[in-house]
Design a protein around this ligand. Sequence first.
Ligand code: PNS
Length: 186
Amino acid sequence: MAVSGRKKGPVSPAVAGPVAVYPGSFDPITNGHLDIVKRALAVFPRVVVAVAFNPNKDSSLFTAEERVATIREALVEFGDRIEVDTFSGLLVDYAKRIEAAVVVRGLRAVSDFEYEFQMTMMNRHLAPAIETVFLMAGAQYFYTSSRLVKEVALFGGDVRAHVPPAVRRRLAAKLGTRLGRGRKRR
Ligand code: PNS
C-alpha cells in the first residue's frame, strides 16, 4: 500500500532524463541524507526519495506518512525534480515499477561499505539492469545517523546540526522533549 498517494507507474515526466531512486528508512531524514539528495540532483535530473516501510511490522519512530511529509517540507525548493514516495517489498521491484534506472545510496565512511556492498550485490543479482551509485556525504555528516539523532533527542540533547528544523520539531513532539534543552518535566 502506498501511503503518499502517488499514482502507480513511472514518475512524472515533467523533467526529462533518467530517474534515480534514493531509498531509505529516513526515520527521520537527517542533514546527511539531505546532503546526498542535493548531490544526487547535481547528477540526475530527477530523484525519487523512497521511504521504505513494512506494512506488517514497522518499528520506526515516525509513520511513513510523517516521514514523507517531513522530507517534502525539507526539499520543497527542488519542485518537480524531487518526488517523495513510499514503498514496501523489494527495492528492485519498486525501482522497476517507477522505471528508475539507478539506485542512489550515500556513504559516510568505510564502515558503511560492507553493508552497502552486500545490498548492492543482492540487488544486482535480483535486477542486473539496475545500477547502484554511491555518493559521499559531506565530511561534516561523518557521524550523523538517524539512530543517534533519535537517541540524542530522546535525552534532550541538541540535534540542530544534524536535522532540519521540521525534524527537530517533530522529534520533540514525538518524544515529549524540549527542543534540545532536556526532557519535559511531567
Ligand atoms: O536507510 P536504510 O535503513 O539503510 O535503508 C535500507 C533500505 C530501505 C534501502 C533497504 O533495507 C531496502 O532496500 N529495503 C527494501 C527491501 C529489499 O529490497 N531488501 C533487499 C535489499 S538487498
